[in-house]
Design a protein around this ligand. Structure first.
Ligand code: HEC
Length: 369
């Protein structure tokens, strides 16, 4: 009875909202596999990675079979037969393997069987032509990350109603609004505008006097003048330096064990000031990684290398001093892995060794690649 009611509810929902809603209710897979396009990177690769790479991946190739790249997966293993026959799931050995009724034969050879939904996804994927976007999907996922793509100026969209366009950015917003048949909201009042601008640029609301001054300024570039004022504010560096300090793992204490206070605020102030004096980005990086190696380094450039000292510190009896050097090094390593959205263990471009020089190199590598 309960099943019948569930079925009825689902059917009603299905009729009203279409299959998308059905997927949300019924769990991804069942219908997606049969009806909609299976996407290798979204639907198949995660199953391969979780259930197959252990024996058919980079480290182990049982039956000389790899499933972590297209060429090897298509070629098959020891059997000498291709494991995947695009367009023909029924005849594909891979499907026969994952559906084998014999528990000793079925793939994965360890752990639970694949679920009915996962098997359906594999079948649908093969029947839809087994589209595998790149020969090395992992590398392609890495290389496709936005941070590796050179910025390209897109064409400025043409809009039907150019009267509310003041600069090309408005074209993008307006084009999308027009597409969605929405009209722009009216401009905010001046107090709200100044409050937003101020919070955006310096993280602090304007003072009453600043609001009054803005209200009294009738010049056409009154708003631009406020931008200039806020960019010149010393709070600008405080507001934006915070993002960098987070990435650099800045803290005012050791962050571990006794968690004693540490005095590294000179480095914090260096970052804040660097932003306020508009230090070019390459110089900003060079000074933090190797300020002490510059010819006749200024005190300030030595302070910048505080970047390399932001690690957690353990003062427990028996601790090994070099271990915190390693942690420092890992800052670059982990950040690089984050940037490439890959696991830290596959961040190929970064190597870690314990010597100071190569530590620098590894971190430099991170910031350059
Ligand atoms: C715990 C290890 C293990 C895991 C996990 C595993 N396999 Fe296997 N696989 C094997 C072994 C061992 C063989 C060779 C023995 C055999 O043929 O039964 C094999 C053979 C195969 C073959 C035959 C290759 C050939 O042409 O010789 C296919 C296809 C296959 N596995 C698919 C998969 C798929 C798909 C998954 C994940 C859903 C998977 N395997 C997960 C251990 C594993």
């Amino acid at each position: 009875m309960q099943k019948l009611i569930q079925n009825l509810i689902l059917r009603c929902l299905l009729r009203r909202a279409g299959w998308r809603f059905f997927i949300v209710v019924a769990g991804v897979g069942r219908l997606a596999a049969a009806d909609s396009k299976v996407d290798f990177e979204r639907d198949i690769q995660p199953i391969l990675a979780n259930r197959c790479y252990e024996c058919h991946g980079e480290k182990k190739q049982k039956s000389e079979f790899r499933l972590d790249n297209k060429t090897d997966a298509m070629r098959g293993g020891e059997s000498g037969k291709p494991a995947i026959l695009p367009g023909n799931s029924a005849a594909s050995p891979l499907i026969q393997r994952i559906t084998n009724p014999d528990m000793d034969e079925v793939m994965p050879k360890k752990g639970e069987r694949l679920t009915t939904e996962q098997i359906a996804l594999f079948k649908a994927w093969i029947d839809q032509g087994a589209v595998w976007p790149e020969s090395d999907a992992k590398a392609s996922a890495r290389n496709n990350h936005w941070s590796f793509k050179p910025p390209i100026k897109p064409p400025v969209p043409v809009v039907k109603n150019p009267s509310s366009v003041r600069n090309p950015i408005d074209n993008f917003i307006l084009a999308r609004l027009e597409k969605e048949r929405l009209s722009p909201s009216p401009e905010a009042d001046r107090i709200t505008l100044l409050r937003r601008l101020s919070l955006d640029l310096i993280g602090l609301p304007p003072t009453v006097a600043e609001v009054d001054a803005f209200m009294a300024d009738n010049s056409p570039d009154a708003y631009e003048k406020q931008i200039e004022r806020l960019l010149k504010s010393p709070h600008y560096g405080e507001r934006w330096g915070r993002h960098w300090l987070d990435a650099a793992r800045y803290a005012d204490s050791d962050g571990f064990e006794k968690d004693k206070p540490r005095f590294i605020w000179n480095y914090r102030d260096w970052v804040v000031n660097a932003l306020n004096r508009d230090l070019p980005y390459d110089q900003f990086i060079i000074e933090q990684l190797a300020g002490d190696q510059l010819p006749n380094p200024a005190q300030d450039q030595l302070v910048a290398t505080g970047f390399l000292r932001n690690a957690m510190l353990n003062e427990e009896a028996g601790w090994i001093p070099s271990s915190s050097a390693w942690t420092r090094c890992s800052i670059g390593w982990i950040a690089s892995a984050k940037a490439s959205s890959a696991s830290p263990f596959s961040a190929r471009s970064v190597t870690i060794t314990s010597s100071t020089r190569s530590r620098r190199k590894s971190i430099t590598g991170y910031s350059l690649f």
